[in-house]
Design a protein around this ligand. Structure first.
Ligand code: ADP
Ligand code: MG
Length: 817
């Protein structure tokens, strides 16, 4: 058990403004607030492991605060160094440094490589990663495409960020280059870099694995096969000032909230940890990404140092007090760091043998104190195994639960797909085409990358080690009951004071050099995760397909209705057209009847007048001629109309000719009547009935009257005929339009049909996907079974151990007795 190492660093004042009331004084390892004339302000004085004044260089900070930590990391301990403080207080300056005074990160990297060069009996493998937490989202700074990464926990790896790129490095220069490109990625597409860097946390992480070199002749096999894995986190936190309530709207407000949340949870975790082991209840590591990732570094298995940076200006005094309060709380936290060794099965066996051997030797010495110590140690070991077993059970339970959930989801999906396919097959039957079957070969080829088993990148020239079941077990934090455990803003406010900073007016460490970064392979994700994601995608896809199908069905019914309506209209129009076509025929018929009547009347009149005046007979015959010509013209026109000839205008000349002919005939009749007019005055009673228009008219007048009447009639007939023809034209046009519309509708219908077919294809694809998912599920099930088997084996071993322990205890007792 050891306390967290806490240091405070005051940066040099930026402006030369003279302080009017107070100033911070640094003496040895103490910092206190003084009035201008020198008297200390009571209650505001803090002591820490180190207090660095403004003349202190990064070199000194590194030597005094972080060097030991870095060396411990090389020896197999986890280590974490934080920089905490308000914006512009010098966090980035401390972590990154400047070109003539490199910061902690640079020095640590160089130091690590120097140190491992000096260790000749172990071989090392070093991996680095660089991430940023911005708005509670984890982004990979080594690969811009890796955004919004998730945190996972596994037995082998403990808490880890899934999909984060880890680069294997062999020297410090390589790391520096990677860091530079990381900085470039961090500001990719950023318009306001300063604002972002003060609102985000960055974590630079080094994982150091080491293994003793093969010394096969050596008898000291206690740790030669064990692998040490240690993690170093170097964290540049976001500015600790409160910016949530600056009143800035939109993005800024949201960012403020998240920073507050992450730092608030960090403050809260530190608060709870500093309460001491007895009061420690639930530590809300899981409430923010930052605390979750740094869980082992906070009250867990890690050596931790925090450097709190302060701005000396008087305007920042409230925020500085907040930072000091945070630092003094952190000072109270104790961690329990231990070397992280992963034992391969062979190494474990060897080590146990060795332990038994030692025990036997000690037993032979039979020193009571030693024996008691051994018993205690064994008991502790027992407890440790018990704990491990419990943890395993917990993990198994979790696994089982998530598996059940997954199965349920798959069942739901299957039901949905079944519903969908039944719907689709119904639709299919009605349309008589469309196929549900897509080539399965094609499918599997298509979906190949979606369900690829993730392959883990093998380390070049690295030793390969099988991690045993006894590998390092991560510290589990209990699941959060609710967020009510998290300190609210007011608590945070009280703890960290309420300084509000204008970020834009602050000066900052210049950003790193910009440099292009070659795109590299993605770090593989955990298969479980990708499986879940795939399932989600599938679900979404199916929903979309269902929606599309419904939409299509709706459209289809609408189209059918429209089609029906149009068909009705078309048949109406056809009937009308038929009627119009029949019209000339009917006119022909009525004309024939008229002609018959006319001839009848004429013949009757002729029979009446035959024995009277020849002039009358002449008139009658003329009239009959006229009538005949008239009728024949009409007949010709009508027959043309019946035959479908449309050129009424072309026939106009014909009509006019007829007209002329008729008028000539009329004239002839009239002139033939004129000579007999004088002689036949007494025959007026005969003529009278012939003229209906004027009783007192003469024969000439009578003829004119006839002529007029006939021409009127002719005009009427002509007019009627023209109207009819126009109507016919209109009908034809209408018919044409309808035909066109019908054609376009049919085309549309065809398109819709095609669309539906493609949808059907998609559905079948989805079902194929589902089969794949089911396969994966089975694999997961298999994994689970092996997990169960492993657990059983472990239990068995524990039993063996306890039996051995019992027998040993018995023998010890007997010896003791
Ligand atoms: P933060 O990361 O906390 O927002 P910066 O590291 O960007 O703050 O520091 C703000 C400014 O102060 C920068 O211009 C930086 O160079 C300067 N600065 C900070 N600490 C020191 C120091 N110890 N010595 C010299 N300059 C410093
Ligand atoms: Mg900074």
């Amino acid at each position: 058990m050891e306390k967290i190492c806490v240091a405070v660093r005051v940066r040099p004042p930026i402006s030369q403004e003279t302080s009017s009331g107070t100033f911070w004084r640094v003496e040895d390892n103490r910092i206190s607030l003084h009035k201008l004339h020198g008297t200390p302000i009571s209650g505001i004085s803090y002591a820490f492991d180190h207090v660095f004044d403004d003349s202190c260089s990064n070199e000194k900070v590194y030597q005094l605060l972080t060097k030991d930590l870095i060396h411990a990391v090389v020896d197999g301990f986890n280590g974490t160094a934080f920089a905490y403080g308000q914006t512009s207080s010098g966090k980035t300056f401390t972590m990154n440094g400047s070109s003539n005074d490199p910061g902690i990160i640079h020095r640590a990297v160089t130091d690590i490589f120097n140190k491992i060069q000096m260790i000749s009996d172990r071989e090392f493998l070093i991996r680095v990663s660089y991430m940023e937490i911005y708005n509670e989202e984890i982004n990979d700074l080594f690969a811009v495409e890796n955004q919004k990464l998730q945190i996972h926990e596994s037995l082998d790896r403990g808490i880890f960020v899934a999909g984060l790129r880890e680069e294997i490095v062999n020297n410090a220069e390589q790391v520096m280059k990677l860091l530079e490109s990381g900085e470039v990625n961090r500001h990719f597409g950023e318009t306001n870099m300063n604002a972002r860097s003060s609102r985000s946390h960055t974590i630079f992480r080094m994982v150091i694995e080491s293994k003793g070199k093969d010394t096969s002749s050596s008898d000291d096999y206690s740790s030669s096969d064990a692998i040490r894995v240690s993690v170093l986190n170097l964290v540049d936190l976001a500015g600790s000032e409160r910016i949530a309530k600056t009143g800035a709207g939109g993005v800024r407000l949201k960012e403020g909230k998240y920073i507050n949340k992450s730092l608030m949870v960090l403050g809260n975790v530190i608060n709870k940890l500093s309460d001491g082991a007895k009061q420690r209840a639930h530590i809300p590591y899981r409430d923010s990404k930052l605390t979750r990732i740094l869980q082992p570094a906070l009250g867990g298995n890690a050596k931790t140092s925090i450097i709190c940076t302060l701005a000396p200006e008087e305007i920042h005094v409230e925020e500085t007090k907040g930072t000091l309060l945070f630092a003094s709380r952190a000072k109270r936290i104790t961690n329990c760091a231990q070397v992280n060794e992963i034992l391969t099965d062979a190494a474990l066996l060897k080590r146990q043998k060795l332990e038994i051997e030692e025990l036997r030797k000690k037993l032979q010495g039979s020193h009571a104190e030693v024996l008691e110590q051994e018993i205690l140690k064994l008991r502790n070991d027992m407890l440790k195994y018990e704990l491990e077993r419990e943890k395993l059970e917990m993990v198994l339970e979790e696994e089982r639960r998530s598996w059940k959930e997954r199965e349920q989801r798959i069942r739901d999906q299957q039901m949905k797909i079944e519903n969908l396919s039944s719907l689709v097959s119904n639709g299919d039957r009605s349309s008589g085409q469309g196929s549900m079957k897509a080539s399965p070969k094609e499918e599997s080829a298509d979906k190949g990358d979606g369900f690829k088993t993730p392959c883990f990148k093998a380390a070049p020239n690295a030793f390969v080690a099988k991690r045993s079941n006894y590998s390092q077990l991560s510290e589990f934090s209990p699941l959060p009951d609710s967020f009510s455990n998290v300190a609210d803003e007011d608590t945070w406010f009280k703890m960290n004071k309420g300084y509000i900073a204008d970020l834009d007016s602050l000066q900052r460490t210049p950003e790193r050099k910009v440099q292009s970064f070659p795109p590299q392979e993605l770090t593989p994700d955990c298969s479980n995760e990708s499986y879940k994601q795939e399932l989600e995608n599938l679900k979404r896809l199916i929903d979309i397909v269902i929606e599309e199908k419904n939409e299509l069905q709706r459209k289809h019914t609408e189209q059918t209705q429209l089609n029906d309506r149009l068909m009705g209209e078309i048949s109406d129009l056809k009937q009308e057209a038929l009627l119009v076509q029949e019209m000339p025929q009917r006119l022909c018929e009525s004309l024939a009847t008229c002609k018959d009547i006319f001839e009848d009347v004429l013949s009757k009149m002729q029979s009446l007048v035959s024995d009277r005046k020849p002039s009358t007979a002449k008139v009658l015959s003329g009239t009959s001629d006229i009538g005949k010509t008239l009728f024949s013209t009409l007949e010709a026109h009508l027959s043309m109309a019946v035959d479908g000839s449309k050129s009424s205008y072309g026939n106009d000349s014909l009509t006019q000719e007829c007209n002329k002919k008729l008028s000539e005939m009329l004239k002839n009749t009239i002139t033939s009547l004129i000579p007999s007019e004088t002689a036949g005055a007494e025959e007026e009673h005969v003529k009278a009935p012939l003229c209906s228009c004027n009783k007192g008219c003469t024969l000439g007048g009578e003829t004119a009257c006839w002529e007029e009447k006939l021409s009127n009639e002719l005009m009427e007939v002509k007019e009627k005929y023209e109207n009819l023809e126009k109507e016919l034209d209109l009908s034809n046009k209408f018919l044409e339009d309808s035909k066109e519309r019908y054609g376009s509708l049919e085309r549309e219908f065809q398109l819709l049909k095609e669309e539906r077919d493609s949808l059907l294809k998609t559905v079948s694809e989805s079902s194929q996907k589902l089969t794949l998912v089911t396969d994966q599920k089975e694999n997961v099930l298999k994994d689970l079974n092996t997990e169960v088997q492993r657990r059983k084996d472990l239990e068995k071993e524990i039993k063996h151990f306890s039996v051995a322990f019992a027998s040993r205890q018995k023998s010890l007792m007997s010896i003791h007795g």
